[in-house]
Design a protein around this ligand. Sequence first.
Ligand code: AHR
Length: 504
Amino acid sequence: MTLKASIIADRDFVIAPLDRRVFGTFVEHMGRCVYGGIYEPGHPTADEHGFRGDVLALTRELGVTIVRYPGGNFLSGYDWEDGVGPKDQRPVKLDLAWFTTETNQFGTNEFITWCRKAEVEPMFAVNLGTRGPDEARHFLEYCNHPGGTYYSELRKSHGFERPHDIKFWCLGNEMDGPWQTCAKTATEYGRIAQETGKVMKWVDPSIELAACGSSQRAMPTYAAWEYEVLDTCFDQVDYISLHHYMRNDANDIKEFFAEIESLDYFIKEVAAVADAVAAKRRSKKRIMLSLDEWNVWYKAHTPTDVKKPGWPEAPPLLEEIYNFEDALVVGGALIVMMNNADRVKAGCLAQLVNVIGPIFTETGGAAWRQTIFHPIADCTRLGHGEVLRLKVNTTTFESRAHGDIPHLLATAIHNPQTGDVSIFALNRSTEEAMDLSVDLRGLGEGLVMTASTELHHANLKQVNTKNDEAIRPSVNESARLSGSALTVVLKPQSWNVFALKPAR
Ligand code: AHR
């Protein structure tokens, strides 16, 4: 049987302009993300800074827009001063987040230099575990103040005359988690976020600040945490963070697909809590959401994936090998983020390389694209403009987690400047193809289709390897555009992308 589904799209029905920061990623000092990932002096492709050229090229191809740094759990014991200045004077320290040895050969200025080469915006985080407002204000002065003060002159003495001008700052990381170095209660964290945010905005009023939300939706303090934290630092912050890692422990594809729905619930719940805090104040201010860690992560989650004995330097940690079903779920999560464009204004796929990353490397060797690379690259390439509020008709399937779930998950983006339209569609039926018709009559006359691709494989467990990137997009030959009607057959278990532009 073939399923039937339809979409009506109209440029007058807009959810919100898409903030391109939702297509971000994350680089933490852990495992082989920095060392052996983006930074590997001596690698055949390394430049004069020690940045791997192959990873830089794949990062640009991935098209990510903003990159969070330096953690993650690593952040909560990190002294930023250790990572600046002459490399031969930087201290070697124990990292209590991952039980490794941190050489500090890579730090703030190296990361900024890397960001400029990768053409991405930096997103920085300040340590509110072992440290607090004083270090945060000094660090911001080091990064963003033009000159004439101790810390800004220190930056200049390190070879960076111009300020880094970092706009987006996270106030700590997962401060509710007992695993965090110096975890806090909501009362403790709310106060430190309030005072840190206050002094940071005094140093540089142009910055934007994100407070830590719960480290996952399943935390026992979830929602109460968000309420108390925001009730305390509402005036100082602009965003609340969400972390969402999707799992398939039961090896049940329907429930795995339902994890995408959990993200939608999560986003709407956090927005509701933030708005409840605003309502208490009769405030029009809307706290926006920063989904600053998200991905599929459950396979590389055993004790030996997370910790290696003997305090090693940059050991392989969390080296999740992604398969085809993971790519479908990542694509679904991207659709959910875009369909919540009115509240989700930043997002960071965790992480960029080796550590639960879309890019994988051999130390000293090759770099390649994991399966999840492709839906991300599709969205970063084509996700420009306003997200449309679609009318979607689709059949459903039943899940234990969320009851009936639509087979078809879709979003459409219209660029009012160019008239271009992009449609992303996930067929969540593993058995049936889907006849999809898209009514584009609300998108102007004379569109032509410039791309129609699909990510499909018969084997949900298929992975990509160094020598065989088996999961990669191919052309969907079935797509037809007649007037304003797009018709196409979506294969079972497939991620699909359509690009259209006005005929000139
Ligand atoms: O991304 C890996 C880890 O997951 C991060 O360090 C932490 O913030 C989260 O728990």
